[in-house]
Design a protein around this ligand. Structure first.
Ligand code: GAL
Length: 450
């Protein structure tokens, strides 16, 4: 046995998002969001699940901060629901919405837990969707106004801000495949949405700088490590295209002020049709303080000329282990990704803003939840992070997804990602899983036993 010690000021945290845990979907003046609309549309979410009640965090946030204290978290990453603050997305502010987040932030500060806020984790006010949502460039202005309200309100107590969570998923799942709200299936729209999201990010960062706030701002991307199935040239190219599609499309504009050329060629007409104005790329590149990374799995691919999807075909290795999402467990991918980011894109501080796994957890007869598979998953990924830090990567913190089981988007409540079990049948009772106790031990010792 040996111990891997993390850097002294390393931040251990956990993350959630508003729509996935809060519930109270129509309370205290909250407006409708696109996820309210989507989940209430038959056939969109597994089992007809909605976020109406979710984990009831809106009413139980104090109890939840107690859980965080019990686990010993240094920091908690959560998102603010735009329609709670601005029920119509713009115009009148809902004071009760601000009060809720003020209450939560105060509770966290009292507990010595650092709040990290995501401005947009997918729950756009439905009223803005009626005006075209993210596909309409006007939204950039509305997003910046919304961000400014929060910067002014909480700028002194929130030390780190994340503009967007996974703009890739908003663009391509929300507007390409359509399996997320608002359920649009149009690749051209998806590309425009990606651009408008990036622009709104850049302008929110600019606004943040203008306000001279004494804290940090960044963005969170879902990133993969992509590998070819063979060393054949076409397979290699396919793997690079996959990487450009998911990572490069966001990393290159943010850090280099351009879209990745290799894939621009593939998009052809669709790219040429985009509304990208003269100053946009410069604005998107506005300097950030840190990059947030959500890492879950890798992508293994081969070239297939018949595949409509950029000539790429995904490969599922037989001898690998998979989570309940059917995602391959591949911790080395996290190490490879961190090294690559450091070498090719930025030496800014990096945070793992999400990493974790869904498994079919059950309450045991003794009342505990024995999720050894989640412990194994996290342990292997922490080791990868450790190795990257040893090699000089400026990784400053790690947020486990998720603090609690929650509404897993199109999968509803059927997938459990939490280190806390939510007993939905029993009044949303909370039970810390074995992984939460295991995590507590790591945090206390700031080290991992291997
Ligand atoms: C991310 C997302 C989270 C969570 C997680 C697990 O894409 O930001 O909200 O659902 O995946 O699937």
């Amino acid at each position: 046995m040996s111990r891997l010690y993390f850097p002294k000021d390393f931040i251990w945290g956990s993350a959630t998002a508003a729509y996935q845990i809060e519930g109270a979907y129509q309370e205290d003046g909250k407006g409708e969001s696109i996820w309210d609309r989507f989940s209430h549309t038959p056939g969109k979410v597994a089992n007809g699940d909605t976020g109406d009640v979710a984990c009831d965090h809106y009413h139980r946030y104090k109890e939840d901060v107690e859980l965080m204290k019990e686990i010993g978290l240094d920091s908690y990453r959560f998102s603010i629901s735009w329609p709670r603050i601005l029920p119509k997305g713009k115009g009148e502010i809902n004071q009760q919405g601000l009060d809720f987040y003020r209450g939560l932030i105060n509770e966290l500060l009292k507990a010595g837990i650092k709040p990290v806020v995501t401005l947009y984790h997918w729950d756009l006010p439905q009223a803005l969707q009626e005006e075209g949502g993210w596909a309409n460039r006007e939204i950039v202005k509305h997003f910046v106004n919304y961000a400014e309200i929060l910067f002014n309100e909480f700028g002194d107590v929130v030390s780190q801000w994340i503009t967007h969570n996974e703009p890739f998923v908003v663009a391509f799942n929300g507007h390409g495949s359509g399996d997320h709200a608002p359920g649009i299936k149009d690749q051209q729209v998806a590309l425009q949405v990606a651009h408008n999201l990036l622009l709104s990010h850049g302008l929110a960062v600019k606004k943040f700088r203008e306000l001279k706030l004494d804290n940090e701002i960044g963005i969170t991307l879902n990133l993969i490590s992509s590998y070819p199935i063979s060393d054949n040239v076409e397979d290699n190219k396919a793997a690079k295209r996959m990487e450009d599609y998911i990572n490069g499309w966001f990393l290159e504009p943010l850090f280099k002020g351009r879209y990745p050329e290799r894939i621009v060629e593939f998009y052809g007409e669709k790219f040429n049709n985009l509304d990208i104005r003269e100053d946009d790329m410069g604005l998107i590149k506005e300097e950030i303080d840190f990059l947030g990374i959500n890492y879950y799995s890798r992508s293994l691919v081969r070239y297939n000329k018949d595949s409509k999807f950029l000539g790429i075909e995904g490969v599922k290795p037989q001898d690998s282990q998979y989570t309940a999402m059917d995602w391959e467990i591949y911790p080395k991918g996290l190490y490879d990704l961190l090294i690559k980011l450091n070498q090719e894109y930025t030496q800014k501080p990096l945070y793992i803003t999400e990493n974790g796994a869904a498994f079919d957890d059950k309450i045991s007869e003794g009342g505990g939840v024995h999720d050894q598979d989640r412990i194994d998953y996290l342990k292997a990924h922490f080791q990868s992070a450790y190795k990257a830090i040893q090699e000089g990567v400026a990784l400053k913190g790690y947020y486990v997804w998720s603090l609690m089981d929650n509404f897993e988007w199109a999968y509803g409540y059927s997938k459990r990602f939490g280190i806390t079990y939510i007993d939905y049948e029993n009044n949303q009772r909370r039970i810390l899983k074995d992984s939460a106790y295991w995590y507590k031990n790591i945090i206390v010792n700031n080290s991992l036993e291997v």
